[in-house]
Design a protein around this ligand. Sequence first.
Ligand SMILES: [Zn+2]
Length: 240
Amino acid sequence: MEQAPSQCILCNSSERSVLIRQGDWTIYKCTACGLGFLDPRPDNGDLSCLYKNSYFDSQYDEGLLVNSPEMKRRISQEDHRVKFFRRFKKTGKVVDLGCGRGYFLHACQLKGYRTEGIDISSDVAQYVTKELNIPVRVGPIDEIDFEKNSIDIITMWHSLEHTVEPDRYIVKVKEWLKDDGILVVDVPNYEGKMLKKCGINGMAGICPITCIILHQVHWKQSCQNTDSKSRRGRIIILST
Ligand SMILES: [Zn+2]
């Protein structure tokens, strides 16, 4: 475990209040800009253990049988995500960061996209590679690299908040995008739909090891700042 930076990573304020307390985890809110963040927070080694021991048990199934009715149901649940970026890009290569069991990538594959995943879990990577025939690179983003200017669409569906330095990762993955590529980022919003659905404690239960929970408005500001540092591609931000 490591302490979160004493100053907010967005606005540099050191003022904060408790937003959510759940078991050993406390999420604070920067009272100046509204960013939510965990303190103390897991380092990359802790994250790897936590994901291995508990996250996937509660968040993911064992890996569904290909073409089973349940698999078809899960794929259909991903359709709205494919539709979301399909209006910007109808062909090309999609790379999903934090791909899990790969159902989203499989939905992309069915629409004709080339696909590749990144995940911290070798267990899920094995399933996706063998059963769905989609290659997956295993490891934290720090240990992964793609050729610059090589990818059409990069997606991060509720994965960025599990990283320790989100701004740095945005800059890194944008380098992989083609000049006209798009990066789609979806992050939890403590004032968004998930909160309304689950309540604040339910949301903490869903994301016990989330490094940060982002307030929509300020996250957009952060990405715009980051965007100006790297001209390649374009970022589309959702905050649900
Ligand atoms: Zn702040």
